[in-house]
Design a protein around this ligand. Structure first.
Ligand SMILES: [Zn+2]
Length: 287
């Protein structure tokens, strides 16, 4: 029986984790299909860690097509309670330079076509999302990043666009006027689904470029993003190695009870098949 307590979702550039021992690759069945790739489970200083690269091992899955429900459900099924997601972002602020790290604390949803809830059947649920990220995991990420000498911004608003195209100049300026600080394509629906699955979830974002709002810059290219990312991956991996052993010691968090008052449907009226399908998420509230 394989299990894990901390989950890591790798973004662009982060397709594996070093330093894991007793590594096993597992394929987890979920009611939402297959995960982005098999999940690598291993031991890091006594903590069992599950790693999934969200774009697949060879980056063959576009942001729109990531099987996020399967990824989050599988991590839950493995016993994970805390998730760190690593993500490449563009900067919408002068003071967030390429190669800076960012721990976002707010989010704006500009995705269009993604399944963003587990509750699209007869069980209706409205979970609180005022604070989209886990404060405890975010704080630990910030502490580790600072300790390791990274230039890191604590708190930022992340606007998630559908992609796969980068934003237009008008859009980039619009998001700046809304107060968004960084822009990316993958934090949603991950953060929403993690909340519905009562997982602590935080993002370590790596700034790769200035998006397109900054007139003096050449326009964003995939090459530019990848070159800066590769520089960032090394420090990101160090931060993960430092933060994960600390996370396992932290106590229960309010994220782990997020669904306590969220389900509105009456137990007597919902479809038994839905209770069965979502049992892992709702059993404790629907028995
Ligand atoms: Zn939490």
């Amino acid at each position: 029986m394989v299990d894990a307590s901390v989950g890591v979702i790798g973004g662009t550039g982060l397709y594996n984790l070093e330093g894991l021992e007793d590594v096993k690759e597992v394929n987890i069945d979920t009611p939402f299909g297959s995960t982005s790739s098999s999940i690598v489970v291993g031991n890091l200083e006594g903590v069992s860690v599950a790693f999934v690269p969200r774009h697949g091992s060879g980056h063959t899955i576009s942001p729109t097509n990531i099987p996020v429900r399967a990824n989050i459900f599988a991590l839950k099924k493995l016993g994970v309670s805390k998730v760190i997601a690593v993500s490449a972002v563009g900067s919408l602020r002068e003071n967030i330079a390429p190669l800076d790290l960012v721990i976002p604390d707010q989010i704006i949803d500009r995705t269009k076509t993604r399944a963003s809830t587990f509750f699209d059947g007869s069980i209706v649920a409205h979970v609180g999302f005022a604070n989209p990220f886990c404060g405890t995991v975010s704080h630990n990420l910030y502490k580790s990043a600072s300790k390791l000498g990274a230039k890191v911004h604590n708190g930022a608003t992340y606007v998630v666009i559908e992609g796969p195209q980068f934003s237009s100049l008008a859009e980039s300026n619009l998001y700046r006027s809304w107060g968004a600080d960084v822009i990316g394509m993958t934090a949603l629906p991950e953060a929403k689904l993690a909340r519905e699955a009562e997982l602590c979830y935080a993002i370590l974002a790596c700034s790769t470029d200035y998006d397109c709002w900054r007139y003096s810059e050449e326009s964003v290219t995939v090459d530019m993003v990848v070159a800066n990312l590769n520089k960032n991956i090394k420090i990101s991996k160090k931060i993960l190695e430092d933060v994960i052993p600390n996370l396992s010691q932290s106590v229960d968090c309010e994220c782990n009870y997020a669904m306590e008052n969220a389900i509105i449907s009456s137990r007597d009226f919902v479809d038994a098949k839905d209770v069965d399908k979502l049992g892992l998420l709702v059993q404790k509230y629907m028995s």
